[in-house]
Design a protein around this ligand. Sequence first.
Ligand code: ADP
Ligand code: MG
Length: 597
Amino acid sequence: MHLTKEQEAKFKKLGISSVIELALQVPHSYEDYRIHEKLLPQKAQLIDATIESVYKAPNSIQITFFAHNLGHTVQGVLFRPKPYMLHQFQVGARDYYYGIIDCKQGHCSMSMPKKVSKAGAIVPKYKTALRSDVMQRLVQNCLTRENLLVEKLSEDVVAELLKLHFPNDEFLQGKEMSEKTLWALKYAELFSYMKMLAGKRRYFKALSSQAKEYAPWSRTLPFTLTDAQIKAIEDIRQDMHKDVAAKRMVVGDVGSGKTMVILAAAYMNMPNRSVLMAPTTILANQLFEEAHKYLPRAKIALVTNKTKKTDLSQYDFIIGTHALLYRELPQASLIMVDEQHRFGTAQRNMLEKLVAQQELKPHFIQFSATPIPRTQAMIESAHIDVSLITTTPFSKDIDSKVIHKNDFKSLLLHVKAEIAKNNQVLLVYPLVEQSEAFDYQSIDEARGYWEKNFGNVYVTHGKDKDKERVLLDFREYGDILIATTVVEVGISLPRLSTVVIVGAERLGLSTLHQLRGRVSRTGLKGYCYLYTNKSKSERLDEFIYTKSGFDIANLDLKFRKSGDLLKGISQSGSQFKWVDFAEDENIVKEVKKDLGI
Ligand code: ADP
Ligand code: MG
């Protein structure tokens, strides 16, 4: 549809770009400016009234109306009137006034009557960036049946959406939104979002359209790949055969074996070049070592800000940190990003551009250790292909347990016993510095105790500039690591058997799951202790029995509305107002089908 310049500016102010999004700006209430001849109990209504008298008291104004439509006197009261109100109420004037009328023993009153210029309509009230009447006019001009149908919404959905903005009597009678209307809102919200995502996807010709068989390589491995790994590798193999550059996200729990998928992709891409970016030096090193071990024939380069600049064009597989972005990179037909959520979109795109050749692009595969609910994966698939690795190669043996203050003694015994076995313990505290408003110790308060009673205690946190070195030292020499939740993702600590999370109820389940995922990386018997002051938390109780990150993501949805979490911790990161990931899988399916994606 065509918008005028003025309307365009208003759309911008609302932060929307289509009439569907306009339709999703649902009124928060309605004012019925029709003239009724009867009293509407407990509902605001309009009177067509002549003012008989006005009496000004110090803090209020009393107005006597004669309401012609009701044939009755109504006593109006304005408390703490604003100066402009005085002029709105003149003796002898006949106008429309709006408010709730309360009648007792034949005496009717209306508190805070509001003067209304036009009668006859039901007026929706909006709380948006625009003034309600400006918004109303915009809706009247733009939100038409035709304009919504042009967007390819169905007649049914359009009818429901229009009812919200142009309500009839029947609609107003309903106390709650009907199932049908709610369904239409969810549908429209998903439709609009997924259409936008699909529209954003650009297709480019690929630099390479071949993939070697991976079977000869997988036979050389000391273990068999899991079905989930094979499925992801197959997805990538099919991508690489296409002459359109791939865009794929591989999502799998910590420990689900994503590195093998990365290596398989690099193998299949040979003799063409691949580039892999990882968020930290430790992780880049680790990937480099694994690549060496499992791809003995490949020429592999490591690029971090500590490595010397060399001519990278002699290598098949270039592995590095974001330092890659500042090097001269040779052309590569496959780009991979590990732990992709630790990079910004700009960084990821920059890497792709560096190795592209004009309109020819590399295949682009990202890896994420943050399991997402299935519904969300389906939504994301509108602009990126998704492979889910939902199983792990070996099931970890981790005991999870909620503990309280009076369990501290036995916790100490456990920590001592683990250290005696040459295992390591991670203690996660909620804060670095002391805070009055907080009923848990901070790192600064707690570290003294541990340092006094134990040897080889290491401390680090998110803002610590030395954190990579501390982690490496801890890996070699440490017994206890004290940290905040921002300890490195992905780094392998083979001797870590126990994690204690202080103030666990404050954290999202996926964060707890990430932390738990650090222990028992190499099959060691693991322990995860959730320390809380709360006597009972259903959320933590369920967490203990839930092992898969994908189940955790769904569990997080279930508890999203519970008051268990402190405000400000993002839980599901949903950008939707109406759609509920936990319940609306069928609507997502329907929208996908209707959009043909
Ligand atoms: P992720 O990157 O998904 O967190 P990794 O790739 O680091 O997980 O794998 C975790 C561990 O599992 C590594 O020690 C790896 O060697 C091992 N591993 C991977 N795939 C298999 C498999 N199919 N069978 C047995 N062990 C595996
Ligand atoms: Mg990994």
